[in-house]
Design a protein around this ligand. Structure first.
Ligand code: FAD
Length: 217
């Protein structure tokens, strides 16, 4: 993300409801940091695929990781990926079915991915992904074994070419429908953690660490 107010590229310009498009690097970063799952798209020799994956952001770089068996990881190095992250904030309930909608914040990033081959950088990028999902977890676990780092593929991708799209607020109904006796409004949605469930094989005397008990998004 080169500047504060990124000019969108031709392919990251939001067209429909363009007023909901935002390109500021801080907006894109905030959405990426709150999300947990990216849908990663790749055009392969046998057609397009989109799969859900974890990710982590460090500055202008997005990291993806996985098994060498994963097609995205195997074929995604030096290939263009399209990464989409969506935060669902609510269901917008309108007076007509036509105007029902969703409140959301989403980001689309397009760019060339590169395989992270340096093992130190790879280990660090795996920590970035872990910290993205559970802040504080890296300090709470043993260091990576070298064989674990070697057997995990990591792709890095610049988030210079990115757009955000955001919808907030109540439904937007046809003017004449505001007189109808139909309930309308927003049903808020959010990600929240339940009560942690200890592993049945947990050694005795281990309490729930704060980074788990206090986890929130
Ligand atoms: C929440 C979540 C997080 C994940 N995080 C990661 C991650 O960080 N790294 C990682 O490598 N993998 C992750 N996965 C698994 C990932 O979605 C793929 O399944 C995985 O990369 C293996 O793909 P593949 O190469 O075997 O299949 P591909 O060759 O990529 O796909 C082959 C076919 O398998 C089917 N397929 C593959 N994945 C899925 C799926 N998730 N759901 C339904 N059908 C599928 C599709 O039909 C696809 O066309 C995650 C999955 C979920 C649901």
């Amino acid at each position: 993300m080169a500047g504060k107010d990124n000019a969108p590229s031709e392919r990251t310009t939001v067209r429909r409801m363009a007023v909901r498009g935002e390109y500021e690097k801080s907006t894109v970063a905030e959405i990426l940091d709150e999300g947990l799952i990216a849908h990663v798209g790749l055009s392969t020799s046998s057609g397009p695929i989109v799969v859900p994956m974890l990710y982590g952001r460090e500055g202008d770089i997005l990291y993806l990781h996985g098994s060498p068996a994963s097609r995205i990881l195997r074929e995604g190095g030096n290939a263009e990926l399209c990464v989409t992250v969506t935060l669902l904030d609510g269901i917008v309930v309108a007076r007509s079915l036509m105007h029902h909608s969703m409140n959301y914040r989403s980001v689309v990033v397009i760019g060339e991915a590169h395989s992270v081959d340096d093992l130190d950088e790879r280990a660090r990028s795996l920590d970035v992904i872990s910290e993205h999902v559970i802040p504080g977890r890296v300090a709470g676990t043993r260091p990576h074994h070298e064989r674990e780092v070697k057997s995990t593929l990591v792709l890095s991708m610049s988030i210079n070419e990115a757009s955000a799209k955001i919808r907030t607020g109540p439904p937007i109904d046809d003017e004449e429908d505001y007189e109808l006796d139909t309930w309308a409004g927003v049903l808020p949605l959010s990600v929240s953690a339940g009560t942690p469930i200890a592993d049945p094989r947990l050694a005795e005397g281990i309490g729930i660490p704060e980074h788990i008990s206090q986890w929130s998004r």
